[in-house]
Ligand binder design. Structure first.
Ligand code: PGA
Length: 250
């Protein structure tokens, strides 16, 4: 059985006082959650938020990392540094990083390996643009991204990962994928994992949906058989909205 996993991607939001207020409001609202819960604040708030999460049921994640553990990489933050701050998870290959910061499938793969080496679970993001969906290229694009992300990873490695299917056209647009569209893509991704590894591994990896998930559409999306949680952007910035999604998880 896969336990639903709901993670909040705060993106480029929240100073430390704002982060503190959000986490303090969130903790009691999700204290009895059946789902696993994580928040992914910006680097600058990780230590503050991590300290507040000690002893709670909310895990800490980062939004990005360097592919190297240390060295001459000005401006970067490495997986061992994130581990030191208490991160259990790190988002990798978010579409905004692919779009604005030139992240490639090869780069995503290197970051995944660096995170696994540091004992952090990568949340590997994949998803097609609107143009790609309209050109019937969704499966081709997602297959390239999934195979790229998992290149050289063992089945044991794969069991430490989470996939986030995030159709780019649904991110921050208010236009979520329909539950059927999400289910179709998730089933396809699970099939890819079965081909890369085996049925047991594919059946154990959690696949989150991301893209305009909110309290009003969460239950229906999360009830799909291959939708194992959500990666939440906008709605993770308000405690009540994020908790509404967390508590909608089966
Ligand atoms: P959204 O973002 O929930 O604001 O659409 C999701 C994401 O980018 O992870």
């Amino acid at each position: 059985m896969r336990i639903a996993f709901i993670a909040g991607n705060w993106k480029l939001n929240k100073t430390r006082p704002e982060a503190r207020a959000l986490v303090e409001a969130l903790k009691p609202l999700v204290a009895n959650a059946k789902a696993e819960v994580a928040v992914c604040p910006p680097f600058t708030a990780l230590e503050t938020v991590g300290a507040l999460l000690t002893g709670s049921n909310i895990r800490l994640g980062a939004q990005n990392c360097c592919h190297e553990p240390s060295g001459a990489f000005t401006g970067e933050v490495s997986p061992p540094m994130l581990k030191d701050l208490g991160c259990d998870y790190c988002i990798v290959g978010h579409s905004e990083r692919r779009q604005y910061f030139g992240e490639t499938d090869e780069g995503v793969n290197k970051k995944a390996k660096a995170l696994l080496a540091a004992g952090i679970k990568p949340i590997l993001c994949v998803g097609e643009t609107l143009a790609q969906r309209e050109a019937n290229e969704t499966e081709k694009v997602v297959e390239r991204q999934v195979c790229g992300a998992y290149a050289g990873l063992s089945a044991a490695d794969a069991l430490q990962t989470v996939v986030a299917y995030e159709p780019v056209w649904a991110i921050g647009t208010g236009r979520n994928a329909t539950p059927q569209q999400a289910q179709d893509a998730h089933k396809f991704i699970r099939g890819l994992l079965a081909k890369l590894y085996d049925q047991a591994t594919a059946g154990a990896v959690r696949i989150q949906y991301g893209g305009s998930m909110k309290p009003s559409n969460a239950a229906e999306l999360l009830s799909q058989p291959d939708v194992d949680g959500g990666l939440i952007g906008g709605a993770s910035l308000k405690a009540e909205d994020f908790a509404g999604i967390v508590n909608a998880a089966p």
